[in-house]
Write a protein that binds this ligand. Structure first.
Ligand SMILES: NC(=O)c1ccc[n+]([C@@H]2O[C@H](COP(=O)([O-])OP(=O)(O)OC[C@H]3O[C@@H](n4cnc5c(N)ncnc54)[C@H](O)[C@@H]3O)[C@@H](O)[C@H]2O)c1
Ligand SMILES: [Zn+2]
Ligand SMILES: [Zn+2]
Length: 374
C-alpha cells in the first residue's frame, strides 16, 4: 500500500529547516506486516529532541530514514501470530523488547539486546525495512516506529495496547516523553515523599519528570531552563522554584535546597549541564541523566567526590521503564489527575509542517508538538 511519510534525506543541513528541508514528505510504498508485525494507522506522532539530533547530525543514523518514534494509532492489519488485532489502539514505544533476551528476562526491556541492535541498524526487530521510495531507495526505520507517516509497520514488541477512548495526541506522548521523563523520576531517581528534586531542561521529557516528581511526593522541585517560557510553564505545573539555566544555576539550586537537591535529573543532552547537575546534587544524593549528547563528548567530574560524598550518577534510558507495565500505569495516573501530561502538548501540526516544527523545537519555542493525521 501507499503512505505519505516524512523522510530525513540528509543530516546536518543548516537551520532554519523550513528553508533547507532536510525532511521530505513523500509517498512511499509500505510492505504488509510480516509475522509478529502490525500495520498501524497513525493517529498522532510527537516531535522529540532525539529526532532533531538525527536531523542535525549529532546522533548518526543510517539515511534516508523515516523519522518519528513517539506515537499512537490503530492496528489495521496484524501479521501471522501478532499479539494484537485490527481495531486495537496502541502506543508505540521506541525500544522493541524481544521478551526473551537476558535483559528482557531480567526486567530491563529498555536495554533489550536485539531491540538495540535493530534500532542501531534502522531495521525492524524482525530485520529489514518495509518502506520503498519511488526511486527504489529503502528508507530506514527510526527506532522501530517511523510514525511521521499515515501508516507504519512495526513489530508487535514495539506496541502497547491502550484504551481507545484516550485521544491519540495525548496517548502518543506516553511512547517517549512520558515513559522517559516520568520513568526517570519514579524509577531511575526513585523520588520519595519529602525529597528535594531539581530538573535541568524543561522540554517534554524534563516536564514529564517534574510532574512525576510531584506525583511521587517531592517536597521541593526546582526547575531549571535557559528559556523563560519553559520556566513559567514549570511554575504552573507545580515547580516550587524556578532557576535560570547557566553559570549561576548550581549555586541557586544549592541555596534553594540547603546544599544541593537529593535527586537531580538532567534532560538537556548538554554535557556541561550534566556537570552542573552533578554539582547541584547534595552529598549522598543521586544525579540521573536522560539527555543524549553527541557520542564522544567526554564528561569531567571530580572523581573523589563520587566516593568521599557517596554520590550516585545514573544513566536512564526509556526511563528504565517496562513499557507494557508502565504505559497503562502512567495513563492511569494521568486519568486520575496525578500526572497532567496533556500540559506538555504545545502544538498540533500537519505532516507538511514538520520542518517548521523542528525549527520551533530547535529554537526552544515548543514543548511537545504532535503531527496529527485526519
Ligand atoms: N534517555 C532516553 O531514553 C531519552 C528519551 C527521549 C529523549 N531523550 C533525550 O532527552 C533530551 C531532552 O529531550 P526533549 O525532547 O525533552 O528536548 P527539548 O529540546 O524539548 O528539551 C531540552 C530542554 O533543555 C533546555 N536547555 C538547553 N540548554 C540548557 C542549559 N544550559 N540549562 C538548562 N536548560 C537547558 C532547553 O531550553 C529545552 O527546554 C534530549 O537530549 C533527547 O535526545 C532521551
Ligand atoms: Zn524521544
Ligand atoms: Zn530483549
Amino acid at each position: 500500500m501507499e503512505t505519505r511519510a516524512a523522510v530525513l534525506v540528509e543530516a546536518g543541513r543548516d537551520a532554519p529547516y523550513a528553508g533547507s528541508v532536510p525532511v521530505e514528505v513523500a509517498t512511499l510504498e509500505l510492505a504488509p506486516p510480516g509475522p509478529g508485525e502490525l500495520l498501524v494507522k497513525v493517529g498522532a506522532a510527537g516531535l522529540c529532541h532525539s529526532d532533531l539530533s538525527v536531523i542535525n547530525g549529532s546522533r548518526v543514523r543510517p539515511l534516508p530514514m523515516a523519522l518519528g518514534h513517539e506515537a499512537a494509532g490503530e492496528v489495521v492489519a496484524a501479521g501471522e501470530g501478532a499479539e494484537f488485532e485490527p481495531g486495537d489502539h496502541v502506543v508505540l514505544a521506541f525500544v522493541p523488547a524481544c521478551g526473551s533476551c537476558e535483559r528482557c528476562v531480567g526486567g530491563r526491556p529498555a536495554l533489550c539486546g536485539p531491540g538495540a541492535k535493530a534500532n542501531g541498524a534502522g531495521t525492524l526487530l524482525g530485520g529489514g525495512m518495509r518502506f520503498t521510495a519511488a526511486d527504489g531507495s529503502r528508507p530506514f526505520h527510526h527506532l522501530g516506529v517511523s510514525a511521521f507517516s499515515e501508516y507504519t509497520v512495526v513489530s508487535d514488541k514495539s506496541a502497547v495496547k491502550v484504551d481507545p477512548d484516550l485521544p491519540y495526541e495525548i496517548a502518543a506522548l506516553f511512547g517517549c516523553a512520558v515513559l522517559t521523563g516520568a520513568g526517570a523520576a519514579f524509577y531511575s531517581a526513585d523520588v520519595k515523599p519529602g525529597d528535594s528534586v531539581a530538573v535541568f531542561g524543561l522540554g517534554g521529557v524534563g516536564l514529564a519528570a517534574l510532574l512525576a516528581a510531584k506525583a511521587a511526593g517531592a517536597a521541593r522541585v526546582v526547575a531549571v531552563d535557559v528559556v523563560a517560557s519553559k520556566r513559567e510553564l514549570a511554575g504552573r505545573l507545580g515547580a516550587t522554584d524556578v532557576v535560570e539555566g547557566g553559570a549561576g544555576a548550581v549555586d541557586a539550586v544549592r541555596e534553594l535546597t540547603g546544599g544541593g537537591a537529593e535527586k537531580v535529573i538532567d534532560t538537556t543532552g548538554v554535557v556541561p549541564v550534566l556537570e552542573q547537575s552533578y554539582a547541584a546534587t547534595r552529598p549522598g544524593g543521586t544525579t540521573v541523566t536522560v539527555g543524549l549528547p553527541a557520542p564522544g563528548v567526554p564528561l569531567s567530574l571530580p572523581a573523589l567526590s563520587l566516593v568521599a560524598e557517596e554520590r550516585t550518577l545514573k544513566g536512564s534510558y526509556l526511563g528504565s521503564s517496562v513499557p507494557r507495565r508502565d504505559v497503562p500505569r502512567f495513563i492511569d495516573l494521568y486519568r486520575a489527575g496525578n500526572l497532567p501530561v496533556d500540559a506538555l502538548l504545545s502544538h498540533r501540526l500537519t505532516l507538511d509542517e514538520i520542518n517548521a516544527g523542528f525549527d520551533r523545537l530547535h529554537e526552544g519555542e515548543a514543548v511537545r508538538q504532535v503531527v496529527t493525521f485526519g
